[in-house]
Design a protein around this ligand. Structure first.
Ligand code: ZN
Length: 158
């Protein structure tokens, strides 16, 4: 039974409401995450709680338990002069900015002569998420993983 502080290995397919696949993972390149550490969207974590290895499940997640509602207030026009003069600003670049006391990630949408259009919404904000998941493995997290709040699976460390 999957519970807080387990390391979960899973395969999944994520589709939008139009049935287009947005992301996936399988047994060859599974997703490993630390359960209960907000590594994945809340609705998915809730759906996985209590599952066991071998379980398969289809889960539909509304935006409030996914990547949030789309917030038009996070689409901003920023004067070019707010960026470093020599910075080569291009669409799809991302940067972090302090906003209301937390770090907000913005993506550059388009660049005009003296204005940059940016969007702080997650690309999947406002979307209902359709996951098909399969639990491939569960193990206890190490002390180090618990202190970092994420899995050390050999592909990254920070
Ligand atoms: Zn780490």
């Amino acid at each position: 039974m999957i519970k807080k502080n387990d390391v979960v290995t899973m395969g999944f397919s994520l589709k939008n409401s139009a049935g287009e696949e947005l992301d996936s993972a399988d047994a060859k390149e599974p997703l490993n995450y630390l359960h209960g550490a907000k590594n994945i969207v809340p609705g998915l974590e809730e759906a996985i709680d209590g599952l066991a290895v071998g379980d398969k499940k289809d889960v539909t997640i509304s935006p409030d338990k996914g990547y949030g509602e789309d917030d038009p207030g996070l689409r901003l026009k920023i004067p070019r002069s707010n960026f470093p003069p020599k910075a080569d600003i291009k669409p799809e670049m991302q940067f972090a900015s302090e906003m209301d006391g937390h770090k907000q990630i913005f993506t550059v949408i388009s660049v005009e002569d003296d204005e940059i259009n940016v969007d702080g919404n997650h690309p999947l904000a406002g979307q209902t998420l359709h996951f098909s998941i399969e639990i491939l493995g569960v193990r206890d997290a190490t002390e180090e993983e618990l202190s970092h709040g994420h899995v050390h699976d050999g592909t990254h460390h920070h």
